[in-house]
Design a protein around this ligand. Structure first.
Ligand code: PHB
Length: 255
């Protein structure tokens, strides 16, 4: 594929353009796309034109561009996230019905937590993330579960990096985090209060495949000082077990 003067391939430039959009900026002018993607205006305009013609981007009534429904269709249809989400939804609905707060299904992607499904309620506690949102591994209960039950190489990589404070209670010290991960491995779950926002606590358990490999984390985000921690953990564990069965039954490939 043709490379630009800066050496990045066409695919990399397309990904930078698509990555210019996020939950806070769903529509952009072509110039804003170029700036946010860090690309020369001429090259951004040309690629945006191609993406509009193929439907991967759409233009709204004001002439701004946004991610096209065609892109959503293509990526969702063939994604392993969709299969995992479908296997998990009935169990997630049961937990959400019991606790009335947020329930989310998260996977590891590029050394971050990627939220692939979330069920919430209008009066649920504040939650910084949403579907297709990302969370740092060290700072979230889902991330700590994915770290604790993930590969040693992943743990070593994350523990060697700076651990920025996201909220008042984020663990920023590698030794403290390493000890915490051992506790999570022993207990089989993570409970994290105030790590992202002081008002919220994350409670998370691993979801395993037939081989016992952790493929996802199932989490609840509840108010801090939540009196129903035991009950929530029991509901999450039961749900994680039924997701594991569903994955095995449907032969869903998770990695
Ligand atoms: C967590 O998984 O610990 C978590 C996630 C999102 C939040 C708060 C906590 O907003």
């Amino acid at each position: 594929m043709a490379n630009s003067e800066s050496g990045d391939s066409m695919v990399e430039r397309v990904v930078r353009i698509l990555g210019a959009f996020d939950a806070g900026r769903t529509d952009l002018t072509a110039s804003e796309v170029a700036r946010r993607a860090g690309l020369p205006m001429s090259s951004a305009h040309r690629i945006v034109g191609d993406l509009l013609r193929t439907g991967l981007l759409e233009r709204d009534a004001e002439g701004r561009v946004r991610i096209g429904m065609r892109l959503w269709e293509l990526t969702t249809r063939g994604s392993r996230a969709l299969a995992l989400r479908q296997a998990a939804l009935p169990a997630m609905e049961r937990v959400q019905g019991e606790i009335g707060e947020h329930v989310q299904l998260c996977v590891l992607d590029q050394d971050e937590v990627l939220v692939i499904e979330q069920l919430s309620a209008p009066d649920a506690v504040s939650n910084v993330t949403t579907v297709a949102g990302r969370l740092p591994l060290h700072a979230s209960s889902s991330g700590q579960v994915l770290l604790a039950f993930g590969r040693q190489a992943l743990r070593s990589r994350v523990l060697a990096r700076p651990l920025p404070a996201i909220g008042p209670g984020t663990i920023t010290d590698a030794n403290t985090l390493a000890r915490r991960l051992e506790t999570i491995r022993r207990d089989g779950h993570a409970v994290l209060s105030g790590s992202i926002e002081s008002v919220a606590t994350g409670i998370s358990v691993p979801v395993t495949d037939r081989a016992g490999t952790t493929v996802a984390a199932l989490s609840a985000v509840v108010p801090t000082a939540w009196a129903r921690e035991r009950e929530t953990l029991a509901a999450l564990r039961a749900a994680a077990a039924s997701v594991s069965d569903a994955i095995a039954d449907y032969g869903i490939l998770t990695h």
